[in-house]
Ligand binder design. Structure first.
Ligand code: ZN
Length: 262
């Protein structure tokens, strides 16, 4: 992504991988007048706000680099921060007593993490972990709650996303129970591409198997068949899409159902 090379004004670096917006930055300064701020912020919820609404929220936010595998919340953690992914993709998992995992939801630039804390319980329900490294805006729960109550546009976008999120959860339940691993993987990979804006990922077979809730040999068998057909390729943990139209053809109906809800 180009964000790091952009000439950001009104932004201060606070740590090595975290920078905050200058709360003293004037609303009339050139940053908000000379560039299309919606293009600067690829999170679709924040991008839908007016520049005044966005500026108010941005003045209380930090842009962070999320690393692959970084844990944002564990079950029963108190949620203090909400993440608005831009290029990062975050997965929510259920972990069974025997250690098996399965992804129940995927969040990218279309949504936010920790949304349940805005409407009710501030305790995390799922293991929430970064699946693809990238950027996100990190905003305190208190600020998001305050803006949710005062900003009609944000409230509308967040409630709309809540509906999209529950649609994804219900689709994933059906998908995980009734569809073949190959079709599930193709749908999952398409969702990942849409959220990250790329068709190449650092993903091992073990990682993908953990997302899909299957044993690694089962996924390796599927990946081998798809590579032989020229749909994907993989080498040393690098997995890429070679033919998106074929990937779409092999995906189950869930992909269309989930993505049409956005
Ligand atoms: Zn499915």
């Amino acid at each position: 992504m180009t964000y790091l090379s952009n000439n950001w004004q009104g932004v201060n670096y606070s740590t090595n991988n975290e920078r905050s917006f200058d709360s003293k930055y004037s609303p009339n300064s050139t940053f908000f007048e000379s560039v299309s701020f919606k293009k600067k912020f690829s999170n679709m919820i924040l991008g839908a706000l007016s520049k005044e609404e966005f500026q108010r929220i941005a003045s209380n936010s930090n842009r962070v680099s999320l690393a692959e595998g970084e844990i944002l919340y564990q079950p029963d953690d108190k949620i203090d921060y909400i993440y608005f992914p831009e290029t990062a993709v975050v997965s929510q998992f259920c972990i069974l007593e025997d250690g098996r995992t399965i992804e129940v939801a995927m969040v990218g630039k279309e949504g936010i993490t920790g949304q349940g804390a805005i409407y009710g319980s501030e305790m995390a329900h799922h293991w929430t972990q970064v699946s693809v490294a990238g950027k996100a805006l990190k905003i305190s729960l208190d600020v998001v709650k305050q803006e949710f109550n005062r900003c009609e546009a944000l409230q509308s976008r967040l409630l709309n996303y809540f509906n999209q999120y529950t649609t994804q959860i219900s689709n994933r339940v059906v998908c995980n129970n009734y569809h073949l691993v190959e079709k599930r993987f193709c749908s999952w990979l398409l969702m990942l591409c849409d959220r990250h804006g790329s068709e190449e990922f650092m993903l091992t077979h073990s990682h993908v198997a953990g997302y899909l809730g299957v044993h690694r040999p089962s996924f390796t068998h599927v990946a081998k068949k798809l590579r032989e057909r020229g749909v994907i390729d993989y080498c040393r943990g690098n997995l890429s899409v070679l033919d998106r139209s074929e990937l779409l053809r092999h995906a189950c109906e869930c992909y269309t159902g989930i993505e049409q809800s956005f």
